[in-house]
Design a protein around this ligand. Structure first.
Ligand SMILES: C[S@@+](CC[C@H](N)C(=O)[O-])C[C@H]1O[C@@H](n2cnc3c(N)ncnc32)[C@H](O)[C@@H]1O
Length: 285
């Protein structure tokens, strides 16, 4: 696909995410609870505390940070410098507001993840990205190169994301779970036209007017291969039968902060978490 066509797809996604940012703030998104309690961190970051280790004095970059709630949580774990990167200025405006109210210092940078290396100064001890991220990116090989280029030697990478098998299942589950979307990365995106987000809109929430968005799936093999080819060393990889959101209320139950299939949850991995590091003695990719 040529650069211009790809730029048009990113532009649709940017406008769609600006609308979602307004809707998500109206829906709550755990923001008031985070602002009110300086000891609080999001469940997404909390579940990876052991994997993240001690962030005291570390430089951390959060790719696709959306409203900055996980970014704020990383700052609260003691990181020295925290940077959040996102394509959507609407998301970043809210991130800055939330961070100011919470009294934290975080740099928010508006950039496509593919331009993050040029957009941000310095190297990082941790590159973090989570939940609903890779589906917005057309090319995991180029993405992995960006991740590696942001890490200083010895630096750590953590991704927790929706599992590509979960993403391959169709939305209409009235007949059970059916594979309807590609599992492997394809050049052509899956294009949606939807007025809704993954968070239910409360009464009076701003309506989404930029309803078209484009997504790509990437197989587990493609994701791991891209990271290895970028020079990272794989440290851990886990697949789990729970998700952070609930696309199929008729088939899922809530358990604490997450959702799983009501019947036979072992049928399908819904999320994975992967950690890797840049070896101490490698040149920048
Ligand atoms: C599902 S959200 C991540 C959510 C995050 N886990 C949270 O709940 O706070 C996906 C984010 O990716 C951003 N995004 C999508 N495509 C991007 C791209 N090409 N470069 C940078 N950010 C992008 C969107 O603007 C959105 O804020």
């Amino acid at each position: 696909m040529d650069r211009e066509s790809r730029a048009r797809l990113f532009e649709d996604n940017r406008a769609n995410w600006d609308d979602r940012a307004a809707l998500h703030v109206a829906a709550g998104y755990g923001i008031e609870e985070l602002v009110a309690d300086p000891a609080r961190i999001t469940p997404e970051v909390a579940q990876d505390r052991d994997r993240l280790g001690d962030l005291t004095g570390r430089d951390v970059i959060h790719l696709q940070c959306h409203l900055g709630t996980d970014t704020l949580s990383l700052a609260r774990l003691g990181a020295r410098r925290v940077v959040g990167v996102d394509l959507s200025p609407g998301s970043l405006a809210r991130s800055r507001e939330i961070t100011a109210r919470a009294g934290a210092e975080i740099e928010f940078v508006e950039a496509n993840v593919y331009d993050a290396r040029e957009a941000v100064t310095g190297d990082f001890d941790l590159v973090y990205t989570s939940i609903g991220v890779l589906c917005w990116l057309p090319d995991v090989t180029a993405w992995a190169q960006v991740v590696a280029s942001l890490l200083r030697p010895g630096g750590q990478f953590l991704i927790r994301d929706d599992h590509p098998m979960f993403m391959a299942v169709g939305d209409d589950v009235s007949d059970g779970l059916r594979i309807e979307q590609p599992y492997f990365q394809r050049e052509q995106p899956m294009t949606w036209d939807q007025e809704v987000s993954y968070v239910p809109a409360p009464e009076g929430a701003p309506r989404m007017t930029h309803t078209v968005s484009h997504e790509w799936n990437h197989s587990i093999g493609q994701i791991i291969t891209a990271l290895l080819e970028a020079g990272l060393v794989l440290d851990s990889f886990e697949e789990v039968p729970y998700a952070a959101w609930c696309p199929w209320p008729e088939l899922m139950v809530r358990e604490g902060d997450r959702y799983r299939l009501r019947e036979d949850p072992d049928r399908l991995a819904l999320q994975y978490v992967l950690t890797a590091h840049r070896p101490a003695d490698t040149a920048r990719p």
